[in-house]
Design a protein around this ligand. Structure first.
Ligand code: SAH
Length: 395
């Protein structure tokens, strides 16, 4: 096995079980490991620290897997990790919900592997060269544990590019031809998921709990769901007794799916508008038309992919939230989210405070939201905490 020796002082994070070794922390690579090889990491005195996947194409040169010197990372090791992750989610599957994340990369001690369940189908993202090598073990174990009708590769091309890997997608395993839409159920609401062409892995299951609790505030209200995608927040609002729902998204495919979702849940009789537009533009149109809402949901895509994008992203979050605050009826509610890991909850509150000041409003934070239990946060890996939200009463 090849050995990676760290620079003096760079062993601290590894000792604290952080799973990343950045290329800048490396003093010496002994031998010539290939990308995806398992290497041993030592401190500057050559004392063992951990084992991990090597990749010199990535900023994260080693993704750590195991801190016990005696433990061999073999097929059995992988099968156990997969089994544990899947079993930890067993209670999420019930009569009302059959879609959730089964494996969440570092958070489940399997860096670079994401697996989502859509009823009887699985979508797999393979994002590191180390995981690519053990793909057959992963597929075999998932098949044994869940016996899915099909497994699809939805690996994100840009994440793979960061690792120096080619894009990949398609059918990995299927007893039947992949259906265009898989029908899933989340908290008793049906969704069509377009696994092949939908965004990310097809459905944003990280908002499962938040969709339900935000909807508790929808009864008798006029709702604006911004960045609606296939309607997670809109459909929950319909069910919770909203009197009108307006959904805005820039993607035609997303709104087409939302339209189907309204039909399959028989919410057609409730007044609704689906608007294909840029949210920032559309919020200005509402303002010009003096149209107001009682509850506005803002669930934008990731504005800050990294720390270097923070200044620009903060401004974008502030502008978006300021505009939304101006469209609320007196005492209205704003359910606002950020999925940028670089923006933590205290920074998000600060951004909302600035937005409120600019809008000439007062904001009370009345509820706080996070990612659900199938997206755990490892205490040694705070970077895995990315989704946060606040329910604001705006006066
Ligand atoms: N709330 C959704 C998930 C939102 S994901 C749910 O519960 O499932 C972010 C969405 O924002 C995507 O559907 C994407 O198409 C949309 N989007 C991205 N940029 C946008 C923009 N500028 N204006 C409108 N929609 C946008």
């Amino acid at each position: 096995m090849y050995t990676i020796r760290l620079k003096k002082g760079k062993e601290k994070a590894v000792r604290q079980l952080h799973p990343w070794v950045f290329s800048g922390a490396i003093d010496q690579v002994k031998g010539a490991p290939e990308n995806g090889d398992i290497v041993m990491v030592t401190d500057n005195n050559n004392d063992f620290l951990a084992y991990g996947f090597f990749n010199d194409k990535s900023r994260v040169a080693v993704r750590l897997l195991e801190w016990n010197f005696e433990t061999e990372i073999n097929e059995d090791w992988w099968r156990k990790k997969i089994t544990k992750a899947v079993k930890n989610r067993a209670t999420l599957y019930n009569a009302d919900t059959n879609t959730y994340r089964l494996i969440f990369s570092e958070a489940d001690f399997i860096p670079g592997l994401i697996v989502d369940r859509y009823a009887d189908f699985l979508s797999v993202q393979i994002l590191t060269s180390g995981i690519e090598r053990i793909k057959t073990i992963i597929i075999d174990e998932l098949q044994k544990l869940l016996n899915p009708k099909g497994i699809f590769d939805r690996s994100d091309a840009s994440a793979r590019a960061h690792e120096g890997m080619d894009a990949s997608s398609g059918v990995i395993l299927s007893g039947i031809e992949p259906p265009q839409f898989v029908c899933v159920k989340e908290n008793g609401i049906f969704y069509h998921v377009n696994i092949a062409d939908g965004q990310k892995s097809g459905f944003y299951c990280d908002q499962r709990d938040n969709r339900r609790v935000v909807a508790d505030h929808s009864g008798g209200k006029k709702i604006l769901d911004c960045f609606s995608y296939s309607g997670g927040f809109s459909l929950n609002a319909f069910r919770a007794g909203a009197i009108e729902v307006v959904s805005v998204d820039s993607s035609a495919l997303a709104l087409d799916t939302l339209k189907r979702n309204i039909e399959i849940n028989s919410f057609n009789n409730i007044p609704h508008r689906l608007i294909q537009s840029d949210v920032n533009k559309q919020l200005r149109v509402f303002r010009e038309n003096n149209e107001k809402f009682d509850l506005i949901i803002l669930d934008p895509p990731k504005y800050a992919p990294s720390r270097s994008a923070l200044t620009k992203a903060s401004r974008a979050y502030k502008d978006l939230n300021r505009l939304a605050m101006l469209l609320l009826n007196e005492g209205g509610l704003l359910a606002t989210f950020s999925c940028s890991g670089a923006v933590d909850i205290s920074m998000f509150k600060q951004i909302l405070a600035w937005a409120a000041l600019d809008a000439g409003k007062e904001v009370q934070f009345i509820e706080q939201y996070a990612q659900p239990s199938d997206h755990p946060v490892r205490s040694s890996f705070p970077e895995g905490e990315y989704l946060k939200g606040l329910l604001c009463r705006v006066t």
